[in-house]
Design a protein around this ligand. Structure first.
Ligand SMILES: Cc1ncc(COP(=O)(O)O)c(C=O)c1O
Length: 324
C-alpha cells in the first residue's frame, strides 16, 4: 500500500475526499449550476439538433491539427463579439484554460503574480514556469503594486478571479488600474462571475463597465452557470496567436467536445434572452441569505463558517437559481 501513510494522514485530519452519487431529489447547495441550466430540457434538445446537423459528432484531433469544427468557431466568434474582445478560443475545461494561460504566458525573466486565493489550476501551472512567481495578499491592490515596484521584470502577468471560489469575494476593481498602469497582462478567471454578475450577466468586466484592452485576458468556464462542460479564453489576436503556438494544454489535447460547446452556447443565448428575470432571481437569493444567515453574497458562492468537532470550518455554499 504505497500511499497508505498519506491517506491515513488525510483520514485523521478529516480531509478524505469521496465520490458519491447524490439523490436528485435533495436540495442542492454544492454544485455550480447557478442558474439551473444543467436541467433545462429545451437547451439539451436544441443542442442535440445542432450537433446532429454535422456528419461527425466528435472533434477527433487537436484543435491545431484538424479538430477545429464550425461549432467551435461559431461559439468563439460569438463570445468575442459579445464581450468586446478581438479573439476567442475554446478549451476542454476551466482547469485546462488556466493551465494553458499560466504555463504559456510567463517566460524567463517575467514576473507572474497571482492572488493568494487563485484557483488550484493556476497554482499548479505556476510550478511549471521559468518566470519569477509571487503571490499577493488576497485582493490587495497595494500589495500587488508593492511587489511590482520591488522586483525586476521583463513582462508582468497578473492572475485574479472575478468572484473568488475560495471566499466568494468580488475582485477589487483597483487591480485593473494597477495592471493598466504597468502594462501588465491581467488574467481574469470568471468561472464564478459569468452568469451571476453585471448588467448582462457577463461577469466583472460587465459589472465594472470595463472595455477590454490588449492587456486583458478573460477566462470563463461552461461547467458552472452555463450548465455544460468546457471553457474559453478571450484576449487580443496577438495573445491568441501566441497561445495557439505555445499553450501545451491547448495543443497537445483533443479539441473540446462539440456537444458540450454547443450546449454552453445555448446557455449563453438563454442568459441573453432571460437576463432580467435571472437577475431578479439572483438578487432574491442573495437577500434571503442576508436575511437568514447575515451573509452579504457578492455572487452565488460564499464561504459559510460552521463548527465541526470543535473546529471552525468554512463550508462552501452555492445557490442554484432555477427559474424556468
Ligand atoms: C475559479 C475557478 N477556476 C477554474 C476552475 C476550473 O474549471 P473547470 O471545472 O471547468 O475545469 C474552477 C472550478 O472549480 C474554479 O472554481
Amino acid at each position: 500500500m504505497m500511499y497508505q501513510h498519506e491517506l491515513s494522514a488525510l483520514a485523521k485530519s478529516n480531509r478524505m475526499r469521496t465520490r458519491k452519487i447524490y439523490d436528485e431529489a435533495l436540495m442542492d447547495f454544492s454544485s455550480n449550476d447557478y442558474l439551473g441550466l444543467a436541467q433545462n430540457e429545451t437547451l439539451f434538445q436544441r443542442t442535440v439538433t445542432q450537433v446532429s446537423m454535422y456528419k461527425t459528432h466528435a472533434p477527433k484531433a487537436s484543435i491545431v491539427v484538424n479538430g477545429y469544427h464550425p461549432i467551435h468557431q461559431e461559439f468563439e466568434e460569438f463570445l468575442a463579439r459579445n464581450n468586446g474582445f478581438e479573439a476567442g478560443m475554446v478549451c476542454g475545461s476551466g482547469f485546462l484554460a488556466n493551465f494553458s494561460l499560466i504555463e504559456a504566458l510567463p517566460r524567463k525573466k517575467d514576473l507572474l503574480i497571482l492572488d493568494e486565493e487563485y484557483h488550484a489550476s493556476g497554482m499548479v501551472a505556476a510550478k511549471t514556469v521559468d518566470a519569477h512567481v509571487l503571490l499577493f495578499a488576497h485582493n490587495d491592490a497595494n500589495h500587488l503594486e508593492h511587489l511590482i515596484n520591488t522586483h525586476s521584470y521583463n513582462r508582468i502577468i497578473i492572475a485574479v478571479e472575478g468572484i473568488y471560489s475560495m471566499s466568494g469575494d468580488l475582485l477589487n476593481r483597483e487591480i485593473f488600474e494597477v495592471a493598466n498602469r504597468y502594462n501588465a497582462l491581467l488574467i481574469v478567471d470568471e468561472a464564478h462571475s459569468v452568469g451571476v454578475l453585471g448588467d448582462n450577466l457577463r461577469g466583472v468586466f460587465d459589472l465594472f463597465n470595463i472595455i477590454p484592452e490588449a492587456n486583458h485576458i478573460k477566462m470563463g468556464t461552461l461547467g458552472k452557470a452555463l450548465g455544460s462542460y468546457g471553457a474559453y479564453i478571450l484576449c487580443s489576436n496577438h495573445i491568441a496567436e501566441f497561445l495557439q503556438n505555445r499553450a501545451k494544454a491547448m495543443i497537445y489535447t483533443t479539441a473540446p467536445s462539440l456537444f458540450d460547446i454547443a450546449l454552453g452556447y445555448q446557455g449563453f443565448l438563454y442568459l441573453m434572452r432571460h437576463k432580467t428575470k435571472l437577475k431578479a432571481e439572483i438578487e432574491k437569493r442573495q437577500s434571503l441569505v442576508l436575511q437568514h444567515l447575515d451573509i452579504r453574497m457578492e455572487g452565488l458562492i460564499c464561504a459559510y463558517p460552521w463548527r465541526r468537532e470543535g473546529m471552525l470550518c468554512r463550508c462552501k455554499m452555492r445557490l442554484c437559481t432555477k427559474v424556468f
